[in-house]
Ligand binder design. Structure first.
Ligand code: ATP
Length: 599
C-alpha cells in the first residue's frame, strides 16, 4: 500500500469531490426534489400571505362571503405543501440511500484490490466502521445539505420576500440581526468536524477491541482476563462518550445564539410594527402576515444554522472514506500481464530478498527450486522465513529483489487470476465461512457440480463425517454454525483444495496435535491431494519430511541446506539436529501413548 496523496481537507474541496463522485449520478432526482422543495417553500409563503385577508377582511371588515374561499385556499395550500413535502422526502431518501449503497460497493471493490499486508496492518474494526458509521454520516450530510439548501433556504427566501413585500423597513430591522450569528456558528462547525474525526477513530478502535475480545473469548476466560478487558472496554467507551458529548455540546451552542437573536428580532418587530399599527400607518393584516412569515422563517433559519454542524460531521466521514479510496495497492497487476500457462508447474526462486519492515530482512537472498510434480519440503526453526516463502509465490507480497518463476515465467508478469488459479493453498489457519458445508467446499471452485463436491469430500475423507452432520452437505458451519473439530476442519480445507484441482499446491502443515485416528485420515487425504502436483510444504511431520523428493532447510532468512532426507542426515548439519529433536519428541509421545494404552 502506498500512502494516499496529501488530501485537501477544506470544506470546499471535500464538498466538490463529494458532488463529483457521489451526487452527480442523481442530479435528475435531485432536480425533481428541488422542484418539490420549491413548492413547499411557495406554499409556506402563501400560508403567511393568507393571514392578511384573514385579519383585514374576516376579523376587521367582517366580510362573510370571504369565509369559504379563504378556508378553501388554506386547505389547498396546506395539501399542496404536504404533497410536495412527501415528494421531496421520498426523493431525497432515495438519493441518500443510493449514495450509501454506491459508496459501499465502491469501497469494497477498492479494498478487494488491496494487498494482504494492508488487511494485516489495518484494524478490522476500523475498516468496518467506515462502511457503517462514516458512510451514514456522509449520507446525512448530503441529504441535510440538499434539504437545507432546497427546502429551508427557498422557504426562507420566499418568506423574506413576503416580509419585504409587506413592509421593507420592518423586514430590514428583522434581518439586520442575523448576519451577526454567522461568524460564531461557522466556528462551531469547524470544531465539530475536528471532534467528529477523533470520535470516528475511537469508534473504530472500539469495534476492533470488541471484535478481538469476543473472538478471543476462550483466551480471555482461560487467562481470567475478564476484568482487564472490561476495564479496556470501559475506558474506550468513556472516551467515546466524552467526545460525543463534546460534539453535541458544541452543536447545542448554536441554539442559545439563535433563540436570543430570534427573540430580539421578534421584539423589535412587535415594538416598531405595533407602534405603526397603533398610529395607523400599517394595517393589522399586513402586520400579521409579516409576523407569521417571521415566525415561519424561524424554524428553517434554525435548521440552516445547524446545517453547518451536520455538514462538517458528514465531511469528517467523507474525509476518512476518501483516505481509504485514495490508497493505491502496493501490489498491482502489470498492464501487459498475460495469463499464466502451466506446463509442469516447476517453481524457482532466484536470489530472492524480502522484508516486511525496512532493514529487517525476512528472506535474505534465497535461491531454490521446486521441480515440477515433486514434493518439496521446507523445514527450519520458527521465524526462519518459511511462511514468508509461501506468501511470496501467489504474490501476497512482492519480492524486493530477485524473482520467482513458475515454468520460467516471472509471477509478476501474469494476471492475478491465472496465477492464483493455478495454486491451491492449504494453511494452518483454516477459514470456514458462515455457510453450508457444500458452499465451503465449493469455495475452491464456484459452480462445481454436486457430484464434484461429493467426490472431493470423499477424496479428503470428509464425506462420512459430513453425512453424519444434522443436514449433511446443507449443514451450516463457520462461526455461527455447527462446530467442526480440528481434524475435520483440515479435511474440509483439503476437499476445497482438491476441488480447485490446481497444479501447484502450497501447504502449511498444521502443528496442532490431532488424535491418531484423525491424523491418519488427514495424512491419507493429504497424500491423495499431493499426488501429481508440484507441492511445496512447510513440513512439521516426520513422515512428510521423509517422503519428500527434496528438502530445503531455511535458517534466518537464508537457505542453509538442500537435499533428500538421507543426504541431509549424512551432512550432520541443522537438518540432522532438527530431525533428532523431532524424532526424540515423537518417540517420547509414542511411548507415552503406549504406556497410557497399557494402563
Ligand atoms: P514459523 O515456523 O514459526 O511459522 P516461519 O519460518 O514461517 O516461522 P515467517 O512467518 O516466514 O517464519 O517469519 C519470518 C520473519 O518475518 C520473522 O522474523 C517474523 O517475525 C517476520 N514476519 C512475519 N510476518 C510478518 C509481518 N506480517 N510483518 C512483519 N514481520 C513479519
Amino acid at each position: 500500500m502506498t500512502d494516499a496523496p496529501q488530501q485537501d481537507n477544506s470544506t470546499y474541496a471535500l464538498v466538490k469531490r463529494l458532488v463529483r463522485e457521489s451526487v452527480r449520478p442523481y442530479l435528475a432526482w435531485i432536480a425533481f426534489a428541488l422542484v418539490c422543495m420549491a413548492c413547499v417553500a411557495g406554499a409556506t409563503a402563501i400560508s403567511a400571505l393568507l393571514m392578511k385577508p384573514v385579519i383585514n377582511d374576516v376579523f376587521v371588515a367582517r366580510t362573510e362571503s370571504l369565509l369559504i374561499p379563504i378556508a378553501l385556499a388554506v386547505i389547498v395550500t396546506f395539501a399542496m405543501k404536504g404533497i410536495a413535502n412527501y415528494g421531496q422526502s421520498v426523493l431525497m431518501s432515495f438519493v441518500g440511500q443510493r449514495i450509501i449503497t454506491d459508496t459501499q460497493h465502491r469501497l469494497y471493490a477498492h479494498l478487494s484490490t488491496m494487498e494482504l499486508g494492508f488487511f494485516h496492518r489495518m484494524p478490522t474494526g476500523n475498516l468496518i466502521s467506515r462502511f457503517t458509521i462514516d458512510i451514514n454520516m456522509m449520507r446525512a450530510a448530503v441529504s441535510n445539505a440538499l434539504t437545507g439548501i432546497g427546502k429551508d433556504f427557498l422557504t426562507l427566501i420566499f418568506l423574506v420576500g413576503v416580509m419585504f413585500q409587506q413592509d421593507w423597513v420592518l423586514a430590514s430591522i428583522a434581518f439586520i440581526i442575523f448576519p451577526i450569528a454567522i461568524l460564531p456558528i461557522a466556528r462551531l462547525g469547524r470544531r465539530i468536524r475536528k471532534v467528529t474525526v477523533n470520535t470516528q477513530e475511537e469508534l473504530g478502535q472500539f469495534t476492533t477491541l470488541l471484535e478481538q475480545t469476543f473472538q478471543g473469548a476462550r483466551v480471555v476466560k482461560a487467562y481470567g482476563m475478564e476484568d482487564y478487558e472490561k476495564k479496556r472496554v470501559q475506558e474506550i467507551a468513556e472516551r467515546v462518550f466524552a467526545l460525543v458529548f463534546k460534539s453535541s455540546r458544541i452543536r447545542s451552542m448554536a441554539s442559545p445564539i439563535m433563540e436570543t437573536l430570534g427573540g430580539v428580532a421578534v421584539a423589535l418587530v412587535i415594538f416598531y410594527g405595533g407602534s405603526r399599527v397603533i398610529n395607523q400607518s400599517m394595517d393589522p393584516g399586513s402586520f400579521f402576515a409579516f409576523i407569521t412569515a417571521l415566525l415561519l422563517a424561524y424554524e428553517p433559519m434554525k435548521r440552516l444554522a445547524n446545517l453547518n454542524a451536520s455538514l462538517q460531521e458528514g465531511l469528517a466521514g467523507a474525509q476518512r472514506l476518501f483516505v481509504l479510496l485514495d490508497m493505491k495497492p502496493e501490489i498491482q497487476e502489470k498492464l501487459a500481464a498475460r495469463p499464466m500457462v502451466i506446463a509442469g508447474g516447476g517453481l524457482e526462486m532466484e536470489n530472492v530478498h524480502f522484508s516486511y519492515l525496512p532493514d529487517q530482512p525476512a528472506i535474505d537472498g534465497i535461491s531454490l527450486s521446486v521441480p515440477a510434480g515433486k514434493l518439496v519440503a521446507l523445514v527450519g526453526p520458527s521465524g526462519a522465513g518459511k511462511s514468508t516463502i509461501l506468501n511470496l509465490i501467489p504474490r501476497f507480497y512482492d519480492v524486493n529483489a530477485g524473482r520467482i518463476t513458475i515454468d520460467e515465467t516471472d509471477v509478476r508478469d501474469v494476471t492475478f487470476d491465472s496465477l492464483r488459479g493455478c495454486i491451491a493453498l492449504v494453511s494452518q489457519e483454516i477459514t470456514l465461512f458462515d455457510d453450508t458445508v457444500r458452499a465451503n467446499i465449493a469455495y475452491g471452485r464456484p459452480g462445481a457440480s454436486e457430484d464434484e463436491i461429493i467426490a472431493a469430500a470423499k477424496y479428503a475423507a470428509a464425506h462420512d463425517f459430513i453425512m453424519d452432520m444434522p443436514n449433511g452437505y446443507d449443514t451450516y458451519v463457520g462461526e455461527r454454525g455447527t462446530k467442526v473439530s480440528g481434524g475435520q476442519r483440515q479435511r474440509l480445507a483439503i476437499a476445497r483444495a482438491m476441488l480447485k484441482n490446481a497444479p501447484i499446491l502450497l501447504l502449511d502443515e498444521a502443528t496442532s496435535a490431532l488424535d491418531t485416528e484423525s491424523e491418519r485420515h488427514v495424512q491419507a487425504a493429504l497424500k491423495k491431494l499431493m499426488k501429481g502436483r508440484t507441492t511445496l510444504v512447510i513440513a512439521h511431520r516426520l513422515s512428510t519430511v521423509m517422503d519428500a523428493d527434496l528438502i530445503h532447510v531455511i535458517d534466518d532468512g537464508k537457505l542453509s541446506e538442500s537435499g533428500t532426507h538421507a543426504e541431509l542426515l549424512a551432512k550432520n548439519g541443522i537438518y540432522a539436529r532438527l530431525y533428532q529433536l523431532q524424532f526424540s519428541d515423537q518417540q517420547m509421545a509414542k511411548q507415552a501413548r503406549l504406556q497410557a494404552a497399557g494402563e
